[in-house]
Each structure stands twice: as C-alpha cells, then as structure tokens.
Design a protein around this ligand. Sequence first.
Ligand code: FES
Length: 158
Amino acid sequence: MTEQQHDEQESELDRIVANIAEMLAEQDNETYSPKVIHEFKNPSNLAHMDDPDGQGISDGLCGDTMMVCLKIEDGRISRCTFETDGCGATVACGSMLTRIAAGMSLEDASNIDPEQVLSALDGLPEGHRHCATLAVIALKNAVRDFVKRQAADAEEGG
Ligand code: FES
C-alpha cells in the first residue's frame, strides 16, 4: 500500500468515525434498531477492492455516494465490498446488503429490493430509508458493469 493510499484509508476511517458520532448524537431524535447500531459499529465488507470484476456507484439526492465492488466466480458473487461517504445508516445498509448479496447468483443479486435490506435491519427512520436504496442501486450498477465487461471481452475474443 502506498503512503497516499494509507492516508486516504485513514481519513476514510476518521470520516466514518465522525459519521458514527453524528449518528449517535441523532439518536435523541430518531430511533435506530439494535441491528442498525450493530451493523454500523461493526460493518462487514467496508473495504477497498483492487481489480474488481464489477464496480458500481450510486449518488443519492442527499449528496451521499456509495461504491460496491464485486468478485464473481462461476456466475456467483464470491466477494462483495462497499465504500461510502454517507451517514451511519448508509454504512449499516452497505454492510447488510453486501452480506445478503455474498454467494448469490447475479440474477438474484439484481433482484434485491431495498425493502429486503430495511427488513434485515429491522427498519430505519423515515429520513434514512433512502440509504438502503442508495446501497441497492450501487450493487445493481456493479452487476451491470460486470455483465458489460463480459460482453466486451466476448466481443474482443471474436
Ligand atoms: Fe443519504 Fe444516508 S442520508 S444515504
């Protein structure tokens, strides 16, 4: 890892910690389920992936973004990671979504609905429901990117 990548990872972590602190502060006004709090405190698959087979980004109207990266083996998702500059609820959604998607076929992953993520998290306050949509769109874009790359490779191969 280069020094710049190390610095970037550190500032990414600082930002996530700040988001979590902000989210905890918000709890006076909004109620998060124990599952949401567990996911954002112990996120799964929050990591950078080198050389993904598919990569998708989604931009929310709130200004937050998420990137999902995939490794595909035999038509199934063998590894699924995410990065986000979004809120703590977004981290919880990315964590839950990537765990749901791991091992799925591409078709099943494309059919994941934001409601599945919300229900796995026991819901989110109204103002944060769109965080699940942000995550799901990033995953769908990553699957689409993989399919596009496959088609381009097939075309090149003749
Ligand atoms: Fe916009 Fe979480 S507040 S993605």
